[in-house]
Design a protein around this ligand. Sequence first.
Ligand SMILES: Nc1ncnc2c1ncn2[C@@H]1O[C@H](COP(=O)(O)OP(=O)(O)OP(=O)(O)O)[C@@H](O)[C@H]1O
Ligand SMILES: [Mg+2]
Length: 252
Amino acid sequence: MQMLEVIHLQKYFNKGTANEVEALTDCSLVSAEGEFVVIIGANGSGKSTLLNLVAGTNLPDKGKIFIDKQDVTFRKDFQRSKWIARVFQDPMAGTASELTIIDNFRLAALRTKRKTFKTGINEAFIKTVRNRLSTLNLGLENKLNTVVGKLSGGQRQALTLLMAVMDDPKILLLDEPTAALDPKSSELISEMADDLIRQHTITALLVTHNMEYASKYGTRLIMMNQGKITIDISGEEKAKLTTDDLHRWFHQ
Ligand SMILES: Nc1ncnc2c1ncn2[C@@H]1O[C@H](COP(=O)(O)OP(=O)(O)OP(=O)(O)O)[C@@H](O)[C@H]1O
Ligand SMILES: [Mg+2]
């Protein structure tokens, strides 16, 4: 089943001024439920803009966006949050420093306001959070009342990711989620994302500049160049791609 349909998207910034940029020229992408799309491309090729348009942070100048068959093109980001969860590059962006781990989870549960995951101070909620945290093997399940500001960037990013999928989003947008992390934390977060995407059958878009991850993860790989998708490979062909192949694409 199709989960995300992006049709002929065009996006300008500063239109009609000397600083006009055409960030997306004609970008189309149809993605099935549970598909894990890795997005690569040079700086400024439009990757983050595409994710921002899917999330509704920015609206397109032309084109249409459908999520779960519904036309969301002109819906605001908060009107799409029931479908979409996001993880950004900055580990500080996804969690509130002054709040404890458990309060961050409560906040995350409140944000989507869905019925599947009841919020509150009840034992069931705490137990669920503790169980999910224990799967990370970071010992965070014993630190529920620790303020998040005391955790490392990698631990915070792990929390952000876990909170993101807690309420079963249909679409997960990951914009360079490991770019600010050390190699070991990057591995942990990447593996964790891969597991969660499979377990929850999430349609995921992962932007990365790490070619090793781009060849290792995902069921589909797209390359963007000057606001367009120029390469789109999935299935067995995707599985066979090596980092050398990907590096070569950047020099074509
Ligand atoms: N809010 C904005 N205002 C003006 N120009 C913008 C804005 N956001 C993006 N752009 C421009 O749009 C183009 C695409 O930017 P975008 O951030 O989508 O690239 P990217 O592929 O994510 O790059 P990177 O790999 O560096 O993150 C760039 O030329 C960028 O300068
Ligand atoms: Mg970007």
